[in-house]
Design a protein around this ligand. Structure first.
Ligand code: NCC
Length: 276
């Protein structure tokens, strides 16, 4: 597969990746039971028009980065899974506008998810790995992790907090573009939360700065900035096609290599600023 130019690749992402949240009108969620749980407002309506946005990976290389102030200067900040701000403000900031969580966390770590205050700030979005280009009904019958009950419990406890379910079709639309632009065969597993979060913010914001997705000079085998645990697979990928995601993001970066090296920072245009 020939590599597309960065401009063409941005157009492919803009035109082929459909970022949508499950709505009460989407069968099989169009039941009175689901109506009471799914948010009434769309994500667009909830966030409004966003200018400069930041996506903060959970990488260990954020440690001692002192990027907190810079990250918080953005209009909106997206974080992942259980990544905390408390105690780490100096490096990762304290603003959380959106938190993207995977279904494994919501299900397997249900006690923490329902109990820990860190989840109560901002807008929550949960996603679940679906079979390749599966119909929404097929996915609904057999999700990777059955997070639906936990979602409902959380909604019952925090009815005022916007909490969306990402429409699973997005992950494979994005995966197809990753595969088409890679010379190797990619394992058929969905993109990481990191890559999904980057594309979600590109749909909502004018400009997106991504921190420590492409590792800086602080690159380390420490998996997360908030844990002591070492595993190179966190940065390079095992289940998720992380390496291919990072190559693609590098290709469409509009910032400088110096910014990657010193800040682990990549700058991407929002889709409304992509002209095809
Ligand atoms: O680790 P995780 O990811 O929560 O990290 C969020 C995103 O940050 C980017 N990242 C992270 C660490 C690192 N050293 N380099 C990075 O680039 C990645 O883009 C990553 O997606 C996930 O994607 O949802 C993931 O979730 C964890 C785990 O389920 C959650 O943290 C909840 O506990 C997965 N780990 C395990 O299952 C053990 C991880 O594989 C993917």
């Amino acid at each position: 597969a020939a590599k597309l130019s960065p401009e063409k690749l941005l157009c492919q992402l803009r035109d082929r990746v459909n970022v949508t949240m499950i709505q009460g009108s989407d069968s099989p969620f169009d039941t009175s039971e689901w109506q009471q749980y799914l948010p009434g407002k769309s994500l667009d309506e909830t966030v409004g028009h966003l200018g400069h946005c930041a996506v903060v990976s959970s990488a260990g290389s954020l440690k001692s980065s002192h990027l907190g102030q810079e990250i918080d200067s953005h209009d909106a900040v997206l974080r992942f899974n259980g990544a905390p701000t408390k105690g780490f403000q100096e490096d990762v900031g304290q603003k959380t506008t959106i938190r993207l969580v995977n279904s494994q966390l919501v299900t397997v770590e249900e006690q923490q998810f329902l109990g820990e205050a860190l989840y109560n700030t901002g807008i929550l979005i949960v996603w679940d790995p679906a079979p390749y280009h599966a119909e929404i009904h097929e996915w609904y019958r057999k999700p990777d992790y059955n997070f639906f009950e936990s979602y409902k419990l959380y909604r019952g406890k925090h009815p005022e907090q916007p909490f969306y379910i990402l429409n699973p079709k997005m992950q494979w639309q994005l995966w197809d573009i990753l595969q088409e632009n890679s010379l190797e065969h990619i394992q058929p597993n969905p993109p990481s939360s990191g890559m999904l979060g980057i594309v979600i913010m590109m749909t909502l914001c004018d400009q997106v700065d991504v921190y420590e997705f492409l590792p800086s000079k602080r690159q380390t085998d420490i998996c997360h900035y908030y844990q002591k645990f070492h595993d190179r697979a966190c940065t390079m990928g095992a289940y998720h096609p992380l390496l291919f995601e990072k190559n693609l993001v590098k290709h469409i970066n509009q910032g400088t290599d110096e910014d990657i090296y010193t800040h682990g920072k990549v700058t991407l245009p929002g889709f409304r600023n992509v002209h095809c």
